[in-house]
Each structure stands twice: as C-alpha cells, then as structure tokens.
Design a protein around this ligand. Structure first.
Ligand SMILES: [Zn+2]
Length: 288
C-alpha cells in the first residue's frame, strides 16, 4: 500500500447546467471510447451531460514510435488523445484522478508506488464520491467485477466506484456496468481451439484469457440504440489512434449491425423481465 495521494485534474469543457447528467468511471484514456462511445454519444444526443472520470493517464499502454514524435512520453500522448476524444464525444469534462497505470500483474509497473492498484481503495473511492456528489448524475457507468478482460486497473475502478456509490450523499438513480454480447467471442474461441491456438493467451502480449472474458461478462439487461451516432463513434475511437482506435475493417454497409447498439448491465435498480431499451428519457419523464 502506498501513501501517494494525487490531486485530480479536471478539464472542463462546459460548466454544469441543469440538465440530466451521466458520470462514466473507467481506468484509462480510451476505455470510455472503446467501451461506450455510442452510449455517451446517444446520451449527448438526448441532452444528457456526460463527465468522464479517468483514473490514470494510460502510462503503460503499448505505443508504436510513430505516435510519440510530438510528445515527451506515453502519458503526454495519451492525455492529448483523451482530450481530443472529449471533443469528439462532446463531454462536459474529463477528470483525471492522476494515479499511474498499473499494467498487468507481474510487471514492475504493477508495484510502482503511484500505481492505481497500490492506492488504498477508500482513498480512490472518496475522490470518486466527491465528484458524484458534485455532479449529481442520474446515470453512472463503470466496469463489471472482472473489468472486461481482467486488467487490474479496471478491477480497482470497479471496486472503488461501488464503494463511492455507497458513500455518496447523492443517491444515483441508475448504475450500470459495461458489458457486451459474447457470441462473436465464443466463435473466436472455437476457431482458436480447432486451429491449435490458445484462447487463454490472447492479444498483442498474450496476456488476455478470452475464455474467462466470456465467462465473466455480466448479463445484458440493457440495450442502447446508437445507429444514429455511428460516424461520431468511429471518430471518437480514432482519437485514440495509438491504442488502435479507428481501424475498422467492417464495410460501411455493415456498420449498423456491428456498431448500432451497445450493451449494459443495470445493477441498480435491477432489471426484471424484458430488457431495458435505454433512451435517456428518465429525467424528461420525471421532471415534467
Ligand atoms: Zn483500460
């Protein structure tokens, strides 16, 4: 456990106005876009203000040298990418918590005193809770327990956000986890197995267990239609070019099938029966 206690940095694009709000809490510059660009843009289109709380600056991301030309280091590059994505997503603000990227287990970064995973969880939770009390969001979105693919920062953000939600004065009406359909993933796992490759050592660094990713995905309770924002969604991905954003091989005619919906797990209040179609009209319905 480290005694590093960073002050957050807020990049405010608009002052808070009296409109419904959403807070997205993730770990790295790109988690917001790769995970939920469509959801964020659909919320914006419905008049919801969106703030992104980003726990680290993504210092440990793998980056090709070509992207680093104009930047001192990966931290500076990924901060710039995040601020560009804030424009593309029309966020109200990005709040960096200023912990250091913890990288994957077993790396020296994971032991760094400024790493998110070395911080006391209560400290991270208090900072997030203060933002939630200030912003008073109708919607909060964060990672599920396995954080999508098991990244330690994603899991840390999940626990800190749940602790924050338990500590806030403001009672958040709707809390969601990001999730996804595992159909395509299960096909990939099957193909890898029959072609003699190991689906438990997936990705650029071979450190992603996609069998577990499929097993740990939380159930889809909520569908967010986002066909109307697909070009903006791809533009937001493109802002995180150093992390592979924007490289779509899907032909334009098929975009709506691949990119036209995003999925969430609503954990508060729980969804019973049919799936929720989230159109961000709760406040409109309850204020009028
Ligand atoms: Zn991440």
């Amino acid at each position: 456990m480290s005694d590093y206690c960073p002050q957050p940095t807020s990049h405010i694009r608009r002052p808070l106005a009296d409109v419904p709000r959403m807070v997205v809490v993730y770990a790295h510059p790109d988690d917001e876009a790769f995970g939920n660009a469509g959801t964020i843009l659909a919320a914006r289109a419905a008049g919801v203000e969106v703030h992104y709380i980003c726990a680290t600056r993504g210092e440990c991301g793998t980056v090709d040298a070509q992207y680093l030309h104009d930047y001192a280091d990966v931290k500076a590059l990924r901060t710039a990418e995040q601020l560009a994505a804030a424009d593309a997503l029309d966020l109200g603000a990005v709040h960096f918590l200023n912990y250091r990227d913890s990288n994957m287990p077993g790396t020296p970064d994971n032991q760094h005193p400024e790493a998110l995973v070395q911080a006391p969880m209560t400290q991270v939770a208090q900072t997030i809770a203060a933002f939630i009390d200030d912003i008073q969001p109708t919607y909060v979105i964060t990672f599920p327990p396995y954080g999508g693919y098991g990244h330690p920062d994603h899991i840390a953000v999940h626990h800190a956000t749940l602790a924050a939600l338990a500590a806030t004065t403001w009672q958040v009406p709707f809390v969601y986890y990001s999730t996804f359909s595992t159909t395509l993933l299960r096909i990939i796992i099957g193909v890898m197995r029959v072609t003699g490759r190991n689906p438990r050592a997936f990705g650029r660094n071979g450190d992603i267990d996609i069998v577990r990713v499929a097993e740990e995905a939380t159930p889809i309770t909520t569908v967010v239609p986002c066909t109307h924002v697909i070009p903006a969604k791809i533009a937001a991905w493109n802002c995180h070019a150093s992390q592979g954003g924007g490289m779509t091989r899907v032909p334009r005619w098929a975009w709506r099938w691949f990119y036209g919906v995003e999925h969430l797990t609503r954990v508060h209040p729980t969804v019973r029966g049919e799936k929720e179609i989230l159109r961000f009209d709760y406040d409109t319905a309850h204020r009028s």
